[in-house]
Design a protein around this ligand. Structure first.
Ligand SMILES: Cc1cc2nc3c(=O)[nH]c(=O)nc-3n(C[C@H](O)[C@H](O)[C@H](O)COP(=O)(O)OP(=O)(O)OC[C@H]3O[C@@H](n4cnc5c(N)ncnc54)[C@H](O)[C@@H]3O)c2cc1C
Length: 466
């Protein structure tokens, strides 16, 4: 009996339900199908290339090989099922709206052709339809979702697959990883190379180090970007190099109450998936209908200044430069740059979400859409629109010594902490001593925050009155 395992965002041997259950049935053929129409951003493609490379080695250590193909899964899967005389096919579900619908159609068609189709939960703590209100409606607010989730048992993680009985295929039938062209032609990935090791082993090591050293300070320090007190596990979750259930149970076992703030963040992730599953239109449309007529300004030069980290607001610029260099940005800073784009610049949140999709190694449709709708004020359980972050006070509060700014905006490094958050307010002699001329070494602020704030509130008032 041959079982096909359709590998996607689950590049791991531990707690991989599709691989685990297929391996129980007999011979296994793991296949990865690259569809160039799939939305994968440039930074994540780099991560994916290396993650696939390391997953190939993991599979080989268990006695198997990855068949790599390119094209439409709806065409390829029936073809290989016939060619390799597969009796069953197994995959872990994905929930991006278009992918979920496509997979359902593929499943139905394979089933009608007599193939035994098995899908599993390998991405979340619980499938998105498990946590609902008593009346069956999905939650739109996080806290009741979190409380409801606590009443559920989270299934235990499955053991790592150690031995696979391989279904053999001709080497010539498989593409090589290089054939997928995931790596950029121009090499701009050195910052990502320094920061990330895209492998299952590295994901597990990072988690263990976090559990050992950082979890105890997570609650108090997670909001301070210079502290690097969060787990930085998001890229590993995004492509499934790490199982969220195994992380959940390890934390529960070893940390109990101290682990609660971290578990809460994992539940935010499940909440994001619940939202995108039940409200798929929110991938592009505002969750709050009032925002449909909101007047965005979408000034191209300002959008470019934001992307380039040249807005003249140091905390915003530091975040955008960290993103460009490493494919990652700290959560607090994501909120600050997001608020700045949507409220100070009045640029549509989708522009920000698209840029994040292309530049984040942890790009994840559900989390990204929820994050952006939250900062824009148009989402479920969003920060109210009238709560507009002041980038300077946020910076003073969460980067008090300007350490994070100094790292990513080095031209301001010599400014005293008092002025690093708002260099254009520094007296001339201070600027001179720090070798900073505003407009030459560092940009003038692209907007005046007070004026921008008032303008945003005016725009908000207009949609409120409708
Ligand atoms: C505008 C905006 C866009 C975002 N886009 C993404 C994205 O594309 N991909 C992504 O994974 N996260 C996104 N987030 C959520 C969050 O910023 C990242 O998950 C977090 O910064 C990852 O760092 P970490 O692994 O150190 O998090 P930790 O604090 O260590 O949290 C552990 C895990 O919990 C999950 N998590 C934490 N915070 C959130 C959150 N607010 N929402 C959902 N899940 C969360 C992540 O999987 C994270 O790895 C976005 C947030 C905002 C405000």
């Amino acid at each position: 009996m041959t079982a096909i395992v359709w590998i996607r965002k689950d590049l791991r041997l531990h707690d991989n339900p599709a691989l685990y259950h297929a391996a129980e049935t007999g011979k296994v053929l793991p296949v990865y199908i690259y569809d160039k129409d799939d939305k994968i951003g440039s930074a994540q493609k780099w991560f994916l290339h290396h993650a696939l490379e390391s997953f190939q080695k993991r599979l080989e250590s268990a006695g198997s090989k990855l068949l790599i193909l390119s094209g439409k899964p709806s065409v390829i899967l029936p073809e290989i099922a016939e060619k390799y005389e597969a009796e069953s096919i197994h995959w872990n579900r994905q929930y991006e709206p278009a992918v979920f619908n496509r997979d359902r159609e593929i499943g139905e068609s394979l089933h009608n052709n007599g193939i035994n189709v098995n899908t599993y939960e390998g991405r979340l703590l619980l499938p998105p339809w498990d946590v609902k209100k008593n009346n069956g409606d999905p939650y739109k607010v996080f806290t009741p979702f979190y409380k409801a989730m606590q009443k559920h048992d989270i299934p235990q993680a499955l053991p790592a697959v150690k031995k696979i009985d391989p279904a053999s295929f001709n080497k010539r039938d498989s593409l090589s990883l290089e054939d997928l062209n995931l790596l950029p032609k121009v090499n701009w990935t050195s910052g990502m190379e320094k920061r990330w090791t895209p492998s299952e082993e590295a994901a597990v090591r990072r988690f263990n180090a976090f559990l050992d050293k950082k979890l105890k300070v997570y609650k108090g320090k997670r909001d301070f970007p210079a502290e690097e007190a969060s787990s930085a596990l998001s890229p590993y979750f995004a492509l499934g190099l790490l199982s969220v259930r195994s992380v959940y149970h390890s934390i529960k076992k070893s940390a109990e109450a101290a682990g609660e703030p971290f578990i809460r963040q994992l539940v935010w992730r499940d909440f994001a998936y619940s939202l995108i599953t039940h409200f798929p239109e929110t991938e592009t449309d505002p969750m709050n209908e009032q925002f449909k007529s909101f007047k965005w300004m979408n000034e191209k030069d300002q959008l470019n200044a934001w992307k380039d980290g040249k807005t003249g607001f140091p905390i915003v610029d530091a975040g955008m430069r960290e993103l460009w260099s490493t494919g990652y940005m700290h959560n607090r800073v994501r909120m600050i740059v997001g608020s700045f784009l949507t409220k100070d610049l009045l640029i549509h949140w989708r522009e920000g979400a698209d840029w994040f999709d292309d530049t984040l190694v942890d790009a994840d449709v559900a989390n990204n859409v929820m994050g952006w709708q939250w900062v824009a004020g148009s989402g479920a359980d969003a920060s109210p629109f009238f709560r507009i972050f002041n980038p300077t006070t946020q910076s003073e509060k969460f980067d008090p010594d300007g350490e994070y700014i100094s790292q990513w905006v080095p031209e301001l490094r010599k400014l005293p902490a008092k002025y690093i958050h708002d260099p254009s307010s520094a007296p001339d002699d201070v600027l001179e001593k720090a070798n900073v001329q505003i407009g030459r070494d560092y940009p003038e602020p692209v907007v005046d925050h007070k004026t921008a704030r008032k303008r945003a509130l005016d725009h908000y008032d207009k949609v409120k009155k409708k």
